[in-house]
Unconditional design. Structure first.
Length: 462
């Protein structure tokens, strides 16, 4: 097992302001700036705003699931602990939590890589890069982020607030410029007749895959649950504030963009935000806006890598992953091995993949185990526990949970057959790896002591 340094608890030093800031800068990365034209193309008209509204609704409903789980089990690792506890710590929970860590070791670096690739792509507005120069920029960004995170959590909390201010300033400038200087007419009217079924059956589903990617991160506070003060209160509040706040900002930003540049033109713009500000205020202002967008992208990567670095740490500290990932820095008290490993993989992925493929692959890989899995897990927990066991209770339970399961299933199908297959393949490989390691370690399902337990209930639980 590990040393005392390995298993030392993480200090709880993040308050509501820092938690909300980390959520919001995680959510607003390069995504909304590079995805905006893609969503217009996929929707094929001015009703593209409905894809952003759908993304917000899905995120808000899903945040209720995360809020119940995060408030009840505020520990490092987020979904790792939720899945383990919900499905039984001695049986199915071992498999589900292992699968989450397994896919995190792949998809977390993909998330980091997507942000770094988008950063390099958008930076070419300022300095034209060839392909290899873009890769050098994206790799360099990952290295710099890792270096900034190599410090105490209270220092990171202060940095997060500064980056949050930059995010809000950037979005506010874009929104103000568009609302006050734009001349185009914008409408939320839906298409009528036969077109409406095609909109919601195909275009909206595919476009929502992209918009949901831009909302992901509202749950970052759950990964940092072991470092949050008064977590039963702060975790739900910070998530709900983050989703509502970012939804308002996204909708206002999209509205502002198409007030300045017609949607027919905006859908083909590679640097849409820079183009809007340049058209309003001139070339120099466009360059400044580009620089601010890059700060936003950088801020998001900062929060993403911070949150995910706690997942392998939590599993290792629990004895369910390689012990080396449980090591805390001897003086700064953060999981430095986990941070360095994910940073290194993110660096490698940023040199290998394209942005559009990475975005869809991230969602396809996470939906089944993490989003659908923990929603079903919450239903199981409610069956086994008293209502008072949950410090936060969602309204209209269990309707939001059932909606989440149905919506995520729809989004998973919307990623397309190739990405569905790749996501299921990752899960399948994870099951094989788990069974091999479980047999070697004589753990469930090869532990004879657990054979008489019921399928989804841990015999040690009430």
């Amino acid at each position: 097992m590990s040393t005392s340094t390995d298993s030392a608890p993480l200090p709880r030093r993040l308050g509501l302001l820092q938690a909300t800031a980390l959520n919001m800068i995680d959510m607003v990365g390069i995504g909304p700036f590079v995805v905006l034209p893609l969503v217009i193309q996929l929707m094929g008209g001015p009703h593209f705003l409905w894809a952003w509204i759908l993304g917000a609704v899905i995120s808000l409903i899903d945040a209720l699931v995360w809020s119940e789980l995060g408030a009840a089990y505020p520990q490092a690792g987020g979904s790792y602990n939720f899945l383990k506890i919900a499905y039984g710590e001695k049986r199915w929970g071992k498999l589900l939590s292992f699968l989450y860590v397994w896919q995190t070791m792949i998809q977390a670096p993909l998330v980091v890589a997507s942000g770094a690739i988008g950063f390099a792509q958008y930076a070419s507005y300022l300095i034209p890069f060839d392909e290899w120069q873009r890769k050098a920029v994206s790799g360099g960004v990952v290295i710099l982020i890792t270096m900034l995170l190599y410090r105490k959590i209270e220092s990171i909390g202060r940095i997060s607030i500064l980056l949050w201010v930059c995010v809000l300033a950037t979005l506010s400038w874009i929104i103000w410029g568009g609302l006050t200087g734009g001349q185009q007419t914008v409408s939320l009217a839906l298409p009528s007749g036969e077109a409406i079924s095609g909109l919601f059956g195909a275009g909206l589903g595919i476009a929502s895959v992209k918009t949901i990617y831009c909302y992901l991160g509202y749950y970052n506070v759950c990964h940092l649950g072991g470092e949050i003060r008064n977590p039963s209160r702060i975790i739900p509040i910070s998530m709900l504030i983050s989703v509502v706040g970012i939804a308002v900002l996204y909708l206002a930003m999209n509205w502002s963009v198409v007030k300045v540049i017609p949607w027919q033109e905006a859908q083909h713009s590679e640097f849409i935000i820079s183009a809007v500000i340049e058209r309003l205020y001139g070339t120099r202002a466009g360059s400044i806006a580009t620089f601010m967008v890059l700060i936003v992208a950088f801020s998001s990567l900062f929060a993403v890598l911070l949150g995910y670095s706690r997942v392998p740490y939590a599993a290792a500290a629990d004895g369910q992953f390689f012990p080396i990932f449980a090591k805390l820095h001897p003086t700064r008290h953060f999981p430095y091995i986990s941070l360095l490993f994910l940073g290194a993989l993110g660096f490698g992925f940023s040199l290998l993949f394209r942005l559009s493929d990475v975005i869809t692959a991230i969602l396809a890989m996470r939906i089944v185990v993490q989003f659908i899995g923990q929603a079903i897990g919450l239903l199981l927990l409610h069956r086994r526990k008293q209502t008072g066991s949950f410090p936060f209770r969602m309204p209209l339970y269990p309707l939001p949970v059932l909606l989440v399961i149905g919506i995520w299933t729809f989004i998973f199908i919307s990623t397309g057959q190739a990405f569905m297959l790749s996501g299921l393949t990752v899960i399948g490989l994870g099951i094989v790896v788990y069974l091999i390691t479980a047999r070697i370690r004589k753990q469930w399902p090869f532990d004879a002591a657990s054979q008489s337990a019921s399928p989804l209930v841990d015999p040690a639980e009430p």
